[in-house]
Design a protein around this ligand. Structure first.
Ligand SMILES: C[S@@+](CC[C@H](N)C(=O)[O-])C[C@H]1O[C@@H](n2cnc3c(N)ncnc32)[C@H](O)[C@@H]1O
Length: 248
């Protein structure tokens, strides 16, 4: 009796869900090694990039996570319909309106994936210097195809160590990027977004409501839209003058 109580206490529902998700997401190490080797050999890939172990997961239950052409296609074709349940178009519209209001000249989207949001941003004529960053060369490949008629720089880089100077951008976007990182690295990802935005500039966050956005010194939330977007929240943060600290 006492044993089953202890078991029940240890295996409460959230722990059980997290454990099952973890098991389903895990990628065998030989498969991970092969995917990394193939990704590194891509001509558009930056050979200096190293992939953190948490990245080598079956994200969205796609067998090769973000690291194959097949998975990148799967991400676009399946996940945005299933995961965002028809809210993608309205979310992109709301985000683009918000960006039009902020009118940044230099804008970066980190974790831009296949570039669907950047496409709408560019079509609306927002910004003069648009940059998309992603760690997956395969998703960047799709972004490159989609954005071939737009003047957007697509960079293969790690959002946790962005190759950009402090204050280089007027605005930075995270759309389903920070929320999809392991909780332990989210503060560093937000600190990097804040670092590359100038004081008075903005970080725009589009995330599922169940993905908490970590507090970051030097970032102040000035706007939060949730009503029209169901379970997706859109927040605008302003970078204050405070020095942006890198969390330990
Ligand atoms: C859920 S997808 C979102 C993609 C796109 N923003 C969208 O809304 O469809 C998360 C994206 O973040 C990228 N990503 C994850 N960790 C990253 C990192 N450390 N640096 C850069 N990109 C990263 C993934 O490769 C993937 O493209």
């Amino acid at each position: 009796m006492e044993g089953s109580l202890r078991l029940r206490r240890r295996w409460n529902i959230p722990v059980l869900v997290a454990t099952i998700r973890g098991m389903l997401k895990r990628m065998p190490s030989n498969q991970a090694r092969a995917l990394v080797a193939a990704a590194t050999a891509m001509p558009t890939s930056d050979p200096r990039i190293s992939y953190p172990s948490w990245y080598l997961h079956r994200w969205h239950f796609l067998p090769e996570g973000y690291l194959s052409r097949r998975s990148a296609a799967g991400y676009e074709n399946l996940v945005r319909h299933v995961y965002n349940q028809g809210l993608e178009a309205s979310t992109i519209r709301a985000t683009v309106s918000e960006l039009a209001r902020l009118a940044p000249r230099a804008l970066v989207e980190v974790g831009c994936g296949p570039g669907r949001l950047l496409q709408k941003v560019a079509e609306r004529g927002i910004g003069h210097d648009l940059v998309g960053v992603d760690l997956s060369p395969y998703l960047l490949e799709r972004a490159r195809r989609r954005l071939k008629h737009q003047r957007i720089r697509l960079v293969h880089a790690d959002g946790l160590a962005l190759p950009a100077d402090e204050g280089a951008f007027d605005a930075a976007i995270s759309s389903h990027y920070v929320g999809h990182l392991p909780p332990a690295v989210r503060p560093l990802a937000v600190a990097e977004l804040a670092r590359v935005v100038r004081p008075g500039g903005h970080v725009v966050a589009v995330e599922h409501r169940w993905h908490p956005w970590p507090e970051c010194p030097g970032l102040r939330r000035i706007r939060h839209i949730r009503q029209s977007l169901g379970f997706i929240g859109l927040s605008v943060f302003e970078r204050t003058d405070a020095i942006v600290g890198t969390p330990s």
